[in-house]
Design a protein around this ligand. Structure first.
Ligand code: ADP
Length: 250
């Protein structure tokens, strides 16, 4: 689904990503691991259009998407979530979901004057969709709560919910488990699994929690010093000498 071909990203003279190549299979939940500073986040940002690569190529379903801005990738179904959930705190959880799809009729002045019915119909459909998403996430009881007041883990679920409002095809998750308690971590990993199995989402996950990776990811790709070191099941990766050396070296 995604092919990364010899991607380099430098900052000044420093090679944060140094000729990384990898493939993400459609329908997989691929884990991206590696010691701090390996270049995982930078590579994510290059694939998701947040950063321009210095060189190299990224394709999605055979189409060159190198350097496309995030909003173009969003329309192709490629989404990236961030380590810090970006909710709008004073709006309710439902409203946070309802505002995700772009190009709503209510956004233009003409429609607010003359298209009242269309706006009302659209809002009804969006509300129904948001409620369906909240139910899938098993947080329907939070629909009318301000998003700023829910727990860190629930914010992460909401972040996953935002990807469902636009029917994403591939989602890049950056440390979705960071700072979340075990129980919620399992809820989050179960939700990712259900999105993968029931809705056909492909996921790429950066995560330090090996338990989380083990429950969820196959294959696992390990990066170090800007390059891909190894790919395989977590057991294979853990037994790989280059990987062990890379982790011990930090
Ligand atoms: P990881 O996600 O694997 O921990 P990063 O992609 O965040 O690694 O960082 C890879 C390397 O690139 C690190 O040494 C980091 O300090 C450096 N780096 C990342 N972003 C920048 C930036 N904007 N400017 C300069 N150096 C950066």
């Amino acid at each position: 689904m995604i092919r990364v071909d010899n991607v380099v990203k430098t900052f000044g003279g420093f090679h944060a990503v140094d000729g990384a190549s990898l493939e993400i299979a459609q329908g997989s939940i691929t884990g991206l691991i590696g010691p701090n500073g390996a270049g995982k986040t930078t590579l994510f940002n290059v694939i998701a259009g947040v950063l321009q690569p210095t060189s190299g190529k990224v394709t999605m379903m055979g189409e060159d998407i190198t350097g496309l801005p995030p909003h173009d990738l969003f329309h192709k179904g490629l989404l990236r979530t961030f380590q810090i959930a970006h909710e709008f705190g004073s709006m309710t959880c439902r409203e946070n979901l309802m505002m995700v799809p772009s190009g709503q009729s209510g956004e233009t002045l003409w429609n607010t004057w003359f298209g009242r019915k269309r706006i009302a119909d659209e809002e009804r459909a969006l509300k129904a969709k948001a409620d369906e998403v909240l139910e899938f996430l098993t947080i329907e009881h939070l629909a009318d709560h301000p998003a700023g007041a829910v727990s860190g883990g629930q914010k992460k679920l909401l972040e996953l919910g935002r990807t469902m409002m636009v029917d994403a095809k591939i989602v890049f998750l950056d440390e979705v488990g960071a700072g979340v308690n075990r129980t919620l971590l399992y809820t989050i990993s179960d939700t990712i699994k259900r999105l993968n199995e029931e809705r056909g989402y492909t996921f790429v996950v950066i995560e330090h929690d090996m338990d989380f990776i083990e429950r969820l990811c196959d294959p696992v790709i390990c990066m170090a010093e800007g390059k891909v070191l190894a790919e395989g099941t977590l057991a294979e990766i853990k037994a790989n000498e280059q990987v062990i050396e890379a982790y011990l070296g930090t």
